[in-house]
Design a protein around this ligand. Structure first.
Ligand code: AMP
Ligand code: ZN
Length: 136
């Protein structure tokens, strides 16, 4: 299923040009236009799934395998010092394009980026309560 109003559907289908690093039947991997660091790429499924909740298990599994493969290639070719894989779901989580994608972000010693969060300090009781909410 494609979505006529979705820019990533059009890019994945090759209807809008992109700097494509890899393509197969299921995916296109492109360079991000607003990179966090040199070589920041996006894995786009060719089918339209808005987010992690919609993507089928098999496609999700293939996307992760491709992420591993591309991380290896990008690391070798660009000689980066580390790697972040990021996948945002929902506005509050920073998602701006509502077509599932995985960010492949090479990291360099001096890249000046921070991809992270402010760690909380929950008590053991709070952790227990959350564990019970999720597993109960
Ligand atoms: P997210 O915030 O996780 O939804 O990520 C969307 C990403 O898509 C951002 O990093 C944008 O820089 C990138 N982006 C948006 N439009 C394009 C485009 N036409 N080509 C390549 N990357 C894009
Ligand atoms: Zn789409």
């Amino acid at each position: 299923m494609k979505n006529d109003n979705c820019i990533f559907c059009k890019i994945a289908a090759g209807e809008i040009p992109s700097k494509t690093l890899y393509e197969d039947e299921q995916f296109r991997v492109i360079l991000d236009l607003g990179p966090a660091a040199k070589g920041h790429a996006l894995i786009l499924p060719k089918e339209h799934y808005a987010n992690i909740y919609e993507i089928p298990d098999e496609v999700a599994a293939s996307a992760m395998k491709l992420a591993k493969k591309m991380a290896g290639v990008i690391t070798e070719k660009l000689n980066c010092d580390g790697f972040n894989i990021v996948q945002n779901n929902g506005v509050v989580a920073g998602q701006t394009v509502f077509h599932f994608h995985m960010h492949l972000i090479p990291r360099y010693e001096d890249d000046g980026q921070t991809i992270g969060w402010n760690p909380g300090e929950p008590t053991q009781e709070e952790l227990e309560e959350i564990k019970n909410l999720i597993t109960g």
